[in-house]
Design a protein around this ligand. Sequence first.
Ligand code: HEM
Ligand code: HEM
Length: 463
Amino acid sequence: MPLSNVTSDRLNFYQRIRYSIFPGTRHSRTDRDHYRQFFNGLLLHFRPRTVPQRTLGFTLTWGLGGMAVVLVGILFLSGLMLKFSYQPVPDRAYESIVRLQNTVYFGQLIRNIHHWSGNALLVIVFLHFLRVFFSGAFHTATRQFNWVLGLAMFLLVLASNFTGYLLPWDQLAFWAVTICTGMLEYIPGIGGGLQRLVRGGADIGPATLSIFFAIHTAIIPAGLLILMPFHFWRVRKARGLVIPRIPGDDPQDRGESAAAIPNLIVRELAVASVLIASILIFSILFNAPLEAKANPGLSPNPTKAPWYFAGLQELLLHFHPLFAVLVIPGVILGLLLFLPYLRYDADSAGIWFVSHQGRKTAVIAAVSAAVLTCLGILANEYILDFAAWLPAVPTVISNGLLPAALVLAGIIGFYRWIKKRYSTTNNEAIQAVFVLLLTAFVVLTAVGIWFRGAGMTLGWGGW
Ligand code: HEM
Ligand code: HEM
């Protein structure tokens, strides 16, 4: 008899509890149907019922947004487990990590999983950011704000990695955080106060550790928990992902639709399974680094920032700190925030690299930036020294304003040249400048990580 015909007083105690939790299962016939209906219903709260067939191809998203979600999930789970044994006070933090590694069952593995997932998340979110940009999925009205939300989440992921970095309280952690929070001092007016606020005092100490711990394990996770559903909701409101197309395709043509279950869900599960297996294998093979316990009296040489801030640290070697720490990153962040709202004159949503010409100008920008950044670093190391050449001028001008103005003039010159030489659309020219800055940032980061040795001199530095 179909269960829908069964009145509740004829159900036994177990059935009454079960149907109160899974009401949908009362109306289906077999146990298999019950569960399928329940899980499908649950999934469809998060997923659309149908999706455009063309957005299912792996080469649109590369699974990157989904991977970011899985990694955040792994981090929450492993982070909660770490909380059972980690003690956020300088006297005991390092020892609690050593104890976790040596005496707690799977302690080392859980720490490795947390460590590698945190680092992987940064790389994956960065790649997701690039895929969204280069597939033109950020400047149509329905997606503009999602780009801004994405940037906010990117900053949270960065802050999460940075605050987590201090927690093991080893030499690496202590000195990297000393360097990075030291940079705050150069912000005019509020720098000193901001630095004391972040450190909880003049120096890195017990207050810093407890502030970082609270931010790491409560504030940032709460921020992510709020922003992530907002981000996914915006994707739903944009009627799903951008539809991939080639130049000349009709932008209105959404193509066929396919049921999200099983088409989308199976693909997501496949990506998640491969990712989880990879993180697990990597964490079994490679231990998270742990150096000697923090010693505030003995700084390692060179003292390097975490790898994701290596570009910033490299910038600090070439520009006055005010420009390296505040002006340049601030201007770039501002530009990124407003990027979706600039005036675009071609509808390139869904077309990789805007057009054939866009692809060509992007390559030209990447090669030019790689060569010019390397030359700039070498010149500044061995020849250029504005501060020495202009001793009467304050260094904030000779080492800050002057080189920054030269770089800015170079960027504007490049923009004009590419527009004129290739008669590009706005979309192509903006993309070329984006690639120019992106490549410069990647080169600076690579040099900071691998080519700075003792005393931060140029040479093979390892990491
Ligand atoms: C923790 C960080 C992030 C998570 C968990 C996340 C997650 C996702 C997911 C699952 C999707 C849909 C599938 C996909 O595109 O792969 C998506 C789409 C999107 N994301 Fe993110 N994202 C994050 C960061 C970012 C960043 C940094 C940006 C850009 C600044 C961004 C901008 C977008 C946009 C514009 C879309 C819509 C793309 C389209 O319509 O094709 N997201 N995100
Ligand atoms: C986006 C989310 C997160 C990221 C990117 C992240 C990243 C990190 C990183 C890079 C470390 C240093 C690991 C090491 O080298 O030892 C760390 C440590 C730690 N994290 Fe997280 N984490 C995240 C979320 C969480 C959450 C939600 C919790 C707990 C509620 C948590 C708890 C901890 C604890 C207790 C440590 C110290 C243990 C240790 O250093 O091994 N984390 N985290």
